[in-house]
Design a protein around this ligand. Structure first.
Ligand code: HEC
Length: 508
């Protein structure tokens, strides 16, 4: 990220904004806050709404953003006028810490009165429940509530995300309500992705007849999006380690609580020998507290086509995750806006390719320097013809799998003769890299490649008595490409920057 402080940038940006204004009404904005440099173009980040209170979920309908605030309001932002109005005030919401009015999904239809589905926690007979309720949108209010489904609620781990696909099927991602018996029990509604129709009934083609359960084994899903190839993706909070992105397929079991993140401990590897469990396609340790997730495939920002946009709370970022062609792997990660806007709760891709972010600085866990006077805000990102000064734009930290092919090719050349193409090594001679602790520790991994080993390793009860030679003759880019390939193919999926290798080499 470039070094420039918020205050200076605002002054610089104001000047730029003045000479490039001239916008039509549908391009409403309050203020340009940043420019972002991509490979070929610049993006503009603008505030389109402020003074909000934790806008938790946003959806789009007919030139409007329709969004929740955690304390119980549903509001709409008219993207032509910038006007924000209240559609509904829900009095029965139970709001404390992470509970409250959470996600919203609007039916995708040309009908002027689509259904709108809300998910919120409420207290019933002194028990917390998580309600999925359908309303009808009239343009200026929400009417006719119908309760579709009620799951167990709790003071935390309620999930949640809701989407409605083009075929009017609702997907509801619930949390495990901090109860370790839920996620692996196929008969309960918690720790699941549930699939239902707009009238609350179970679709005839659900994977388990007469059951809402679509996929299971989850802890606390915070992001859900349709990936454009029929599959869903989720973002999920790990416990102390391993925040995840999962590619969701019907009836797959994602392993929580016996398995956390990648299948890389001896206990986890023993479970997956006998039970089918699906690994995340990406995990992060240290954790980043992932939140909203949206699939981007619009020509509006060509550099972001076929990516997942993920926003995060703890690390306060927007992450652009590059997908491979068949959506089975994440091959690169770019991180934007670290600590600039504070916590970011949700992300939406509008039909015209504009991206909206909702901040979450009025929530229970504000970070240093936040909330700002204007929090919470909805920010809009789109391509701009403006060419900002070099000092006035934000660049991404690029964690790229330099390119997946290179890493794989270099691995094949230098490593596969011993550790094998599948990373399983050779019994008692060359240790497996899949499940290796050393590869999940970036510093340790770089050290092994730079310095080799002394041939005294005891790994998972097996002694390896041959040393491994140093690979310090490879360039830093080659080493980071190998590490990123090995981590993607056999490890935690964490990607490193080439400069991490450079720095460690210089220190030695
Ligand atoms: C000639 C065989 C050989 C080649 C080639 C080789 N290794 Fe190794 N590797 C070993 C042996 C043997 C060990 C165990 C070393 C010991 O006991 O000190 C090892 C250990 C490791 C470990 C530590 C594993 C653990 O769980 O602690 C990592 C990581 C590793 N190698 C990565 C690589 C990578 C990446 C490459 C390619 C750049 C590579 N190795 C090339 C033989 C090889």
């Amino acid at each position: 990220m470039m070094n420039f402080t918020g205050k200076n940038s605002v002054v610089g940006l104001m000047l730029l904004v003045c000479v490039t204004s001239c916008r039509t009404a549908d391009e409403f904005k309050k203020e340009t806050v940043d420019y972002v440099k991509l490979e070929k173009s610049y993006l503009e980040v603008a505030t389109v709404a402020d003074g909000l209170h934790v806008p938790w979920g946003i959806d789009y309908f007919d030139g409007k953003l329709i969004f929740t605030e955690i304390t119980g309001k549903v509001k709409q932002l008219d993207l032509e006028t910038g006007n924000v109005s209240i559609l509904l005030v829900l009095d029965e919401v139970f709001q404390k810490r992470t509970t409250g009015l959470l996600d919203i999904a609007v039916q995708q239809t040309t009908d002027a009165n689509p259904f709108v589905v809300l998910n919120y926690t409420a207290e019933e007979d002194s028990m917390i429940v998580s309600n999925l309720v359908r309303y009808t949108y009239t343009g200026d209010t929400l009417l006719d509530p119908k309760k579709l489904l009620v799951a167990k609620g709790y003071t935390g781990h309620n999930g949640a995300r809701v989407i409605i696909d083009k075929g009017d099927i609702i997907y509801w991602a619930t949390g495990d309500v901090a109860d370790n018996t839920q996620a692996q029990d196929s008969t309960t509604c918690n720790g699941k992705i549930l699939r239902l129709q707009l009238d609350g009934s179970i679709p005839a083609d659900n994977p388990i007849p007469d059951s809402y359960v679509y996929a299971w084994g989850f802890r606390n899903i915070q992001g859900l999006t349709l990936g454009g190839q029929g599959n869903l993706f989720t973002s999920e909070h790990g416990d102390a380690i391993e925040d995840e992105i999962n590619r969701i397929q019907p009836l797959h079991n994602y392993g929580w609580p016996q398995i956390e993140g990648m299948h890389d401990t001896p206990e986890e590897l023993a479970i997956v020998e006998n039970h089918r469990r699906t690994e995340p396609i990406k995990s992060w340790t240290p954790v980043i507290a992932p939140a909203g997730l949206a699939y981007y495939n619009h020509s509006g920002i060509p550099e972001w086509q076929n990516t997942l946009l993920l926003v995060t709370l703890k690390s306060q970022t927007l992450r652009v995750l590059l997908l491979n062609e068949d959506h089975t792997a994440i091959t690169g990660e770019k991180t934007y806006f670290s600590d600039r806007y504070g916590r970011i709760r949700d992300v939406l891709v509008a039909p015209n390719g504009d991206v909206y972010l909702a901040t979450s600085n009025q929530d229970w866990n504000p970070q240093p320097g936040f909330p700002l006077d204007t929090d919470d805000r909805i920010l809009r990102i789109r391509k701009t013809p403006d060419i900002p000064d070099a000092e006035a734009y934000v660049e991404a930290d690029v964690y790229e799998d330099t390119n997946a092919l290179d890493g794989a090719a270099i691995y094949k050349n230098y490593c596969a003769s011993c550790h094998k193409d599948d990373g399983m090594g050779v019994a008692n001679s060359f240790p497996p890299l899949k499940g290796s602790r050393s590869i999940n520790n970036t510093a340790a991994f770089i050290d092994i490649l730079l310095n080799g080993t002394d041939g005294q390793q005891r790994i998972n009860g097996v002694t390896y008595d041959q040393p491994m030679a140093s690979f310090s003759f490879l360039e830093d880019e080659e080493l980071s490409a190998i590490i990123n390939y090995v981590n993607t193919a056999f490890g935690s999926g964490r990607l490193i920057l080439t400069k991490e290798v450079t720095n460690q080499r210089q220190r030695e």
